[in-house]
Design a protein around this ligand. Structure first.
Ligand SMILES: Cc1cc2nc3c(=O)[nH]c(=O)nc-3n(C[C@H](O)[C@H](O)[C@H](O)COP(=O)(O)OP(=O)(O)OC[C@H]3O[C@@H](n4cnc5c(N)ncnc54)[C@H](O)[C@@H]3O)c2cc1C
Length: 304
C-alpha cells in the first residue's frame, strides 16, 4: 500500500508523524519490530501497523527488511523519528534502497510526490532547502508536528523477516542523568560564560527558586568549565528546549545556542553588551550587569 511509512522508537514522534501523513493526505503506515510496540500505538490513527518479526533484538538490523517492505508496498516516503536509533535505521534503509535521504529536517512537507524540506547546516549558520522526488527517507526531530489525536484501531500485520546478524546485543545499561530533564520544564534560567565563578550559580538558583524554574547553560559552562552537567547545556549540540519562559544571564546568543531556544514562548535576555546577538532573539532585553539586575528581578518577583 502506498503511503507515508513511519518508524520511531519514541511513541510521541510516531503520533506526530501520523499527523504529518494525514496532513499530507497520505495513508499512515507505521513500522515496529515488536508486537507490544504495535499494541501501544494502535489507537493513534494510523491506517496500518506492520510488525517486522525476526531473530534480532537490535532494530537497526532490520534496515534491509524495511527497505524490502517499502519497495514491495510502493511507499511514498519513509519518515523516521530523529533519535539515535531512528537515524541509524534511516541511513541503513536509504542505503539498501539507494535513494535520497535528508537528516533532521527543520521543516517538512509532502506535495504531489515531492518532499520539500529544510535543514540547518554548518552549526546553524545556513539553511539548506531540498526537494526530493520519489521514494526517499527523512529523519524528523520531535515537536515538528502536532500529535495525531486518536483514531480507529488499525490493522496490525505481522511479517516474518530476516535480520542482519552482524550486530549483536551484548548488554543494556540505563543512561544515568542528573536532575530534571530541562526539555520538559516550563521555565529555564540559562547561565552563560558571563558568569565569573561557579559560586555565582547561586544567583541563577535564587531566581529559579522564585519562578519554579530549572537551570540550563551554554556549552562552555558544561563542557569547558564543568560547572553543570552536560545534559544542562542548550543548543545545536545540546538540548533543544521549548519552555514557556527562558531567561538568559550572560549569554551572548551565538547561533549554535539560539537554535536550542528559539521555540521558547517568551525569551528574556540580560547582558552587558547591547550588541549581543541574544537581543535579536529576545522578546525582552535588559542591557546591564546581571550581578545587579538578577537580584533586583528576583526580589521584585518574590514580592509580586
Ligand atoms: C559546532 C559548534 C557547536 C556548538 N554548539 C553549541 C551548543 O549546542 N550550545 C551552546 O551554548 N554553544 C555551542 N557552541 C558554542 C557557541 O558558538 C558559543 O561559543 C557559546 O554559545 C557562547 O557561550 P556564552 O554565550 O556562554 O559565552 P560568550 O559568548 O562568551 O558570552 C558571554 C556573554 O556574557 C556577557 N557578560 C559578561 N559579563 C556580564 C555581566 N556581568 N552581566 C551581564 N552579561 C555579562 C557578555 O557581554 C557576553 O555577551 C557551539 C560551537 C560550535 C563551533
Amino acid at each position: 500500500m502506498a503511503g507515508i511509512y513511519i518508524y520511531s522508537d519514541k511513541k510521541d514522534i510516531v503520533a506526530e508523524l501520523i499527523n504529518f501523513a494525514k496532513e499530507s493526505e497520505k495513508e499512515a503506515c507505521v513500522i515496529t519490530f515488536k508486537q507490544e510496540d504495535a499494541e501501544a500505538i494502535k489507537d493513534f490513527g494510523a491506517e496500518k501497523i506492520y510488525v517486522l518479526k525476526g531473530s534480532s533484538q537490535v532494530p537497526e538490523n532490520y534496515g534491509k527488511a524495511v527497505a524490502e517492505l517499502l519497495k514491495k508496498q510502493d511507499a511514498d516516503l519513509f519518515a523516521v523519528g530523529a533519535t539515535a536509533r531512528g537515524r541509524d535505521i534511516a541511513a541503513r534503509t536509504a542505503g539498501y534502497l539507494d535513494c535520497g535521504m535528508v537528516s533532521d529536517v527543520s521543516s517538512l512537507s509532502y506535495r504531489e510526490g515531492t518532499v520539500i524540506s529544510q535543514r540547518m547546516m554548518y552549526g546553524g549558520t545556513v539553511i539548506q532547502s531540498e526537494e526530493l522526488k520519489g521514494l526517499c527517507v527523512v529523519t524528523v526531530p520531535a515537536g515538528k508536528f502536532e500529535a495525531a489525536v486518536g483514531g480507529e484501531t488499525v490493522e496490525i500485520i505481522t511479517i516474518d523477516v530476516e535480520a542482519d546478524s552482524r550486530v549483536r546485543l551484548i548488554e543494556t545499561a540505563p543512561v544515568l542523568r542528573e536532575g530534571t530533564d530541562i526539555t520538559a520544564v516550563d521555565t529555564v534560567i540559562c547561565v552563560g560564560q558571563g558568569l565569573d565563578k561557579k559560586e555565582d550559580l547561586q544567583l541563577a538558583q535564587g531566581l529559579a527558586d522564585v519562578l519554579g524554574a530549572e537551570i540550563g547553560c551554554t556549552r562552555g559552562i558544561a563542557e569547558e568549565r564543568k560547572w553543570l552537567p552536560v545534559e544542562r547545556y542548550i543548543g545545536i549540540s545540546g538540548a533543544v528546549i521549548k519552555p514557556k519562559l527562558y531567561i538568559s544571564m550572560g549569554v551572548s546568543g551565538q547561533v549554535q545556542h539560539v537554535v536550542g531556544i528559539r521555540d521558547s514562548k517568551v525569551i528574556v535576555a540580560v547582558d552587558l553588551n547591547e550588541k549581543a546577538p541574544i537581543f535579536r532573539a529576545a522578546d525582552y532585553g535588559i542591557v546591564g550587569n546581571m550581578y545587579e539586575i538578577i537580584p533586583l528581578l528576583t526580589e521584585a518577583l518574590k514580592n509580586a
